[in-house]
Design a protein around this ligand. Sequence first.
Ligand SMILES: Nc1ncnc2c1ncn2[C@@H]1O[C@H](COP(=O)(O)OP(=O)(O)OP(=O)(O)O)[C@@H](O)[C@H]1O
Length: 273
Amino acid sequence: MVAPPDTAPPDNDVLWARSLHYSHSGSPGLIGVSAGVRQGEILAVTGPRGSGKTTLLRCLSGQLVPEQGEVWFNGVPVHTMGALVRERLRRDRFGWIDPEPRLLPELKVWENAALPLLIGGASHRAAKTAACAWLDRLDIGGFARKRPSALTRAECQRVALARALAGEPAVIFADEPTASLHRAERALLMRTLTTAARSHGITVLLATHDEESAAAADRRIALLDGRPVEAAEAVEAAGTAEAAEAAEAAGEGSAPTGSTETPEDQAACSLSA
Ligand SMILES: Nc1ncnc2c1ncn2[C@@H]1O[C@H](COP(=O)(O)OP(=O)(O)OP(=O)(O)O)[C@@H](O)[C@H]1O
């Protein structure tokens, strides 16, 4: 479905994006991807390596500004915000989890978890209380005064999760959060993430190529080569049809089954449920 140009974001979508295009130094990262996610929903963005999952999360979270298309958060356009406003939005309303824990080794565990709050201007006491509360809820409160080097990678990833949760975000963007973990650790982290999100009504955008992790989501959208998977398949089929057409014109093949839409038309389809 191609969204008409004057469609307003649906009221019940906390985050909504239409026909996003983004290229990394000229190489396509996203081509006509649309998405909508409701408050408290866990949406998995799936696809193989290089399919555009991270680029989509970065556009939706305001880290990247799409070259074309729109991103709306709670009815407010993000794609037209200046850099400072987007930065404040990310800090105040969004949490982010990377594939690797990315903790600061010189800080204690609780300081790592409290960092966004401290940077955001919270008092030392309030930031410590909020961070330690989440460390306790995630069963790693006993590590609060240790340095990250004393923890396993899975424990560090839980600290990163506590850091993402401590600021009471509306949305958590989890970019392959289980990628560096063993199978049992992956299941535990996903359980911890989904339980915390559901109990606090937090929306989660989960990029993953792991089927078991994706199964924890309420809904999923699949990307391939920077496009919604259906559009990517249509583009591939159109390419095959063009090749067959050329072969037929040369008297070497049979007639193709064509499409009246261009590949770009097909790519700009909405993935909102
Ligand atoms: N900083 C960058 N510079 C150049 N190309 C990039 C950059 N980041 C991503 N790309 C390219 O954009 C496309 C989409 O990458 P992206 O990281 O969004 O995919 P992904 O599905 O998240 O992959 P992965 O699972 O490997 O992280 C890929 O072709 C990738 O090589």
